[in-house]
Design a protein around this ligand. Structure first.
Ligand code: HEM
Length: 406
């Protein structure tokens, strides 16, 4: 059997002219074949899940493994940051042991304590945007992705990990290569190696000169006690950098663009910032930036949505489809900042691997969007909407640039 001839390819591109919409095929699949076989670029195939209930059920099912080396795991075209040493690719009970070491830094309480620092960084970046605009004059424009969306999460995660600020440009370029769909597997592997090698050196330097950061704590509390190897500390740092940087950056860019495109919602939020947490949930649901979603391999036979998935077969959970499932989110193709159940989205995944950094991502998004609304009331696109370069060539959706003016 040749999967590439037998099955439809994994849908990836938004419909023409609708950059905010997930692939059109999802709507049909949810109704007709919610668990269906798809062909992957490397010639293998996997089950694609498109319904909200099936995806939640699969992501909380212990018979599905996150281990990329498990037989049948759909590896084609995916990012394997940190590889074997990574928390995101580890199954229980080892997964729980590793996750508990990191949880304290990412609780709602720890993130609340960081909020003033996040606000300071945001204010500083907005000052720089104003400065640039002043220099360029009334016709000037600023790329909000480069000026705010990318540097903010990068600076916050660098701060948490204790990565020197001067290295941010290096990080942005390496993570962009690791996550790009247009780069070859060899280029991505080289970028992964470069990042790990840099972080490996950073771990060594923090063994000698510890700071007040997650890496130093992992080294001095966990590695020295023999609970983690140096390799595992480096793998964790790689994962946090990649997982925490590009994702939040793209959501900030898309969030601002959503507000520009929905001036009434922007006005409501400007008048009443207490609506922002709900609006952020709605934007996470609506955009679902990890478009092709979490993947797993069945380690025993499992039935999902009436379909038997055999041990050794892989699944792909299309969270972008689940988050538009009308059974769960009526009128889900529209943004409604007052949607009552928006927080039940699966943009952060579900089950034991549900995003560790979700409180941090929420805080960064709320602060960035509130600050942009307050400081740039006349914010608008500096180009036509059709000219915004969307990232359909990347694994994490968003826009490459967002030229704005005010
Ligand atoms: C809008 C921003 C973000 C989105 C949409 C997002 C999305 C996700 C998703 C879908 C998963 C589940 C993967 C799976 O089940 O296989 C995940 C896991 C994870 N995320 Fe995020 N993420 C975001 C921000 C962050 C941030 C800011 C950090 C940390 C600084 C972070 C760290 C992680 C980690 C460590 C995991 C693995 C958790 C585990 O395996 O137990 N993420 N994220």
């Amino acid at each position: 059997m040749d999967p590439l001839k037998e099955f439809a390819p994994l849908p990836s591109d938004p419909p023409p002219g609708c950059p905010f919409a997930p692939p059109r095929e999802y709507t049909e699949l949810r109704i007709e074949q919610p668990v269906s076989r798809v062909a992957l670029a490397d010639g293998s195939w996997a089950w694609l899940l498109t319904r909200y209930v099936d995806i939640r059920r699969a992501l909380s099912e212990p018979r599905f493994s996150s281990d990329v080396n498990a037989p049948g795991y759909p590896r084609s075209g995916m990012v394997t940051a940190g590889e074997g040493a990574s928390l995101i690719r580890t199954d229980p009970p080892e997964h729980g042991r590793r996750r508990r070491m990191l949880t304290p830094a990412f609780t709602v309480k720890s993130v609340s304590a960081l909020r003033s620092r996040i606000q300071e960084i945001t204010d500083q970046l907005c000052d720089e945007m104003e400065e640039q605009k002043r220099k360029d004059g009334p016709d000037g424009s600023v790329d909000l992705v480069r000026s705010l969306a990318l540097p903010l999460p990068s600076l916050v995660i660098s701060l948490l990990l204790g990565v020197p600020y001067e290295d941010r440009v290096l990080f942005q370029s390496i993570t962009a290569t690791v996550l790009s769909r247009v780069n070859t597997e060899d280029e991505r592997n080289a970028a992964r190696k470069e990042l790990r090698s840099y972080l490996g050196h950073l771990v060594v330097s923090k063994e000698e000169n510890p700071g007040d950061d997650i890496l130093s704590e992992l080294i001095h509390e966990r590695m020295r006690a023999g609970q983690l190897t140096r390799e595992e500390v480096t793998g964790t740092a790689t994962l946090l950098l990649i997982a925490g940087h590009e994702t939040t950056a793209n959501m900030i860019g898309l969030g601002v663009l959503t507000l520009i495109q929905n001036p009434r919602a922007a006005e409501e939020l400007r008048k009443d910032p207490s609506l922002m947490p709900g609006a952020v949930e709605e934007m996470l649901r609506f955009h679902s930036i990890t478009r092709s979603g979490p993947r797993r391999a069945a380690i025993a036979d499992v039935e999902v949505g009436g379909q038997l998935i055999k041990a050794g077969e892989g699944i792909i959970c299309a969270v972008a489809s689940a988050n538009r499932d009308p059974e769960q989110f009526p009128d889900g193709d529209n943004v409604d900042i007052r949607r009552r159940n928006a927080q039940h989205h699966v943009a952060f995944g579900y089950g034991v691997h549900q995003c560790l950094g979700q409180s941090l991502a929420r805080a960064e998004l709320e602060i960035a969007l509130n600050t942009v609304l307050a400081r740039f009331p006349g914010l608008r696109l500096a180009v036509d909407f059709t000219e915004v370069p969307f990232r359909s060539d990347m694994l994490v959706y968003g826009c490459h640039a967002l030229p704005v003016t005010w």
